[in-house]
Ligand binder design. Structure first.
Ligand code: TYC
Length: 111
């Protein structure tokens, strides 16, 4: 291989990638997702507060406020995270909810 040719896609089995003419000044911000709890008529309030403390690390008083907000308004944000962390939180809530056989629903949505 003699000269470096950034426009040559493939040479000798190695992919070559043209360097950016101008480097990005700033890193791309990671997309964030809201993890949202939905209200239902059956899940005990204490269970929701426990979820908010154990999975989202809210102190008890905050957890009670978030639970009451969800209870009154129908839905509420537990936290905002990058996608993989949000997915993990939703899975943890769903696993705990299934284990205790409550109908609590937890979803994530782009911020
Ligand atoms: N509405 C439930 C009750 O009255 C409490 C509750 C709050 C359930 C928040 C779900 O995400 C929820 N027991």
């Amino acid at each position: 291989m003699s000269d470096y040719d950034p426009h040559q896609q493939q040479r000798g089995g190695m992919a070559l990638v043209a360097p950016r003419a101008r480097p990005r000044r700033r890193l791309q911000k990671p997309r964030l997702y809201k993890v949202v709890l939905l209200n239902d008529d059956f899940t005990p309030m204490e269970f929701v507060v426990m979820v908010l403390m154990e999975i989202f690390y809210h102190p008890q008083e905050e957890a009670v406020q978030i639970m009451l907000h969800v209870h009154r308004k129908g839905a509420g944000v537990c936290g905002v995270y990058p996608s993989e962390i949000a997915e993990t939180k939703v899975r943890q809530v769903n696993n705990l909810t299934r284990k205790h056989q409550h109908p609590l629903r937890c979803v994530m949505e782009p911020e």
